[in-house]
Design a protein around this ligand. Structure first.
Ligand code: ZN
Length: 231
């Protein structure tokens, strides 16, 4: 922050009408409407100064991110539940979710086992995401009376999903790590954009007919969205 000697990243966007502040361990990010003046930005930073300082302190107390290991005992989430990894050598590379464990068999003598397990897990998540999200989208779209054009699963780094004006739906495969009701919320949210291409009051009202846990799901996504769960 200018007064604090802390880096502030200003992101001007057409998509925002209000200001959003994101505080990380190393910097402050400010998402602002495109036309906002420099003075106004300084006013906002000034008025939010003590809140920002308290957030920086909070963030600096969090443990540093350590690279994920792919060894037995490590936890990986699926539909809101954590499963511990159980690594074995076998006759083929395969992942099986069974009795609270991710049982992963890898071919013996494989060098760089970490990378093999990571790839196997990624492919497993991707397969599950495709199956679940396509099924859920078709079911919900019939209920909502809308027709998406395409459904694509992507490896987004900073968002959970999107819906284009033409009706192309995209989902982040990582959403299958979230509880089922959050998955339901995301699908209903993107499909609802086929009725309302914005986040107006009408949009949220329409969405509430098809999703009864909007608030809880948004809290969950907010909590994990800034730091997307990764492999
Ligand atoms: Zn939206």
């Amino acid at each position: 922050m200018r007064e604090l000697n802390y880096p502030v990243n200003i992101i001007r966007t057409n998509r925002r009408k209000t200001v959003r502040i994101y505080v990380s361990r190393n910097f402050v990010k400010l998402y602002v409407p495109k036309e906002i003046s420099e003075n106004k930005i300084n006013d906002i930073l000034h008025s939010k100064k003590s809140w920002i300082i308290s957030k920086i302190k909070e963030r600096s107390l969090l443990p540093p991110k350590v690279p994920k290991r792919y060894i037995s005992g490590q936890l990986f989430p699926y539909l809101g539940r954590n499963y511990s990894l159980n690594l074995r050598f076998g006759r083929e590379n395969v992942v099986k979710l069974k009795r609270g464990h991710f049982n992963i068999f890898v071919l013996e003598n494989k060098e760089n086992c970490d990378q093999v397990v990571k790839k196997l897990l990624f492919e497993w998540y991707l397969r599950k995401a495709k199956k679940l999200l396509i099924k859920k989208t078709i079911m919900l779209s019939e209920e909502m009376g809308v027709k998406p054009k395409t459904i694509v699963i992507k490896d987004y780094k900073s968002k959970w999903g999107s819906c284009s004006i033409k009706g192309d739906l995209c989902y982040n495969w990582r959403i299958v790590m979230a509880p089922m009701q959050v998955v339901h919320y995301l699908v209903a949210h993107e499909l609802c954009h086929l009725l309302e291409h914005n986040h107006s009051q009408r949009f949220w009202q329409q969405l509430s007919f098809f999703c009864s846990h909007i608030k809880e799901s948004r809290i969950w996504l907010n909590k994990f969205g800034n730091n997307l769960i990764d492999l």
